[in-house]
Design a protein around this ligand. Sequence first.
Ligand code: NAD
Length: 370
Amino acid sequence: MSNKKILILPGDGIGNEVMAEVLKIIDWMEKTKSLSFDISERLVGGTAYDKEGNSISDETMQVAMDCDAVLFGAVGGAKWDNVERDKRPEAALLRLRKDLDLFANLRPAVVLDALSDSSSLKSDLVKGLDILIIRELTSGVYFGQPRGISKISETESKAVDTQLYTTSEVNRVSRVAFDLAKLRNNKVTSVEKSNVMETGLFWKQTVTDLHKKEYSDVNLEHMLADNCAMQLVRYPKQFDVILTDNLFGDLLSDTAAMLTGSLGMLPSAALGPVKENGTRAAMYEPVHGSAPDIAGQSKANPLAMIMSFAMMLKYSFDMQEDSQMVEKAVQNVLLKGLRTADIKDGAEKIISTQEMGNAVIEELKILSGN
Ligand code: NAD
């Protein structure tokens, strides 16, 4: 019996095209490495709304709860813009995050040698860059109550959002950051606005206390969020792991992402609490959306999806060697000058989504001797 139960949710638009390339890699791994994954595939997003009446059905949610990891493509598209809010494609993503309690969002920003000229920053500033941003994903100002818009008088209204964090919410995401830093360069930069926000002061104090009690062997520094935004574009290589809340993480991870060049290259993971049997709920997805402008044209770059799968091998299945082999295969393909249109920056050959997937498999064959 396989202990690698994966739920595949391709979604809408290019989600289907990029997921198909991962399924080819899974197939190759099963055939050549005698591995066995237990795969279920279901609908999500607008496609699920059209066929099942909701962007994620209760049955699909149940499969997600029972599996070891979810691999998610992308959802959305103009066709569903007027669907009621709780059934829109994006609602499926929020439900998965909420019901699986995926509180730690891992967003690597890695600049591969072959693409160091694709960044908007000078190549020497980003060459070799390897940052991991850990964003708290299920609390903070996006979820805090009270929230809403109300009338104060005939002429005045007010809007309220609430930024709220508890000790255990800060501790659990900080533990993820400290544990992962130990596997990297052993440095965590905790980011908040302790100069002007109570929650910032609380975040800083809570991280400091946890560090003192459990992680004094990890280097910890604190940084204000505005300074962090500036440092990310001034001298990004100073960072190893950045730990931050939901709102600042949203902004800083997109800034860091752009240091690397293209949306089509960015994987992500979202992890839940560790269960009694030692496993944890997890979902892996590329950062990009369903890209309706190029959907169905074989132009989508499948590498972000393929590297999300590599993250799954690493974080959910402890298959470090296989994960590194997939990452290496991606690097080698790029070093050979093969490019989808989004990452073309010179005279390289432009290839289709399917050709890129095939090229990664060819590299895997070379790397594994199969
Ligand atoms: P997008 O990420 O889909 O596309 C932005 C631009 O990047 C487009 O020009 C697109 O062609 C390009 N692009 C994105 N991924 C690419 C890839 N793999 N290869 C090559 N080019 C790629 O963002 P958008 O256009 O703002 O949103 C489109 C739809 O996707 C919307 O409905 C939005 O709500 C949804 N969306 C979904 C997710 C998700 O499912 N996690 C994330 C972001 C946006």
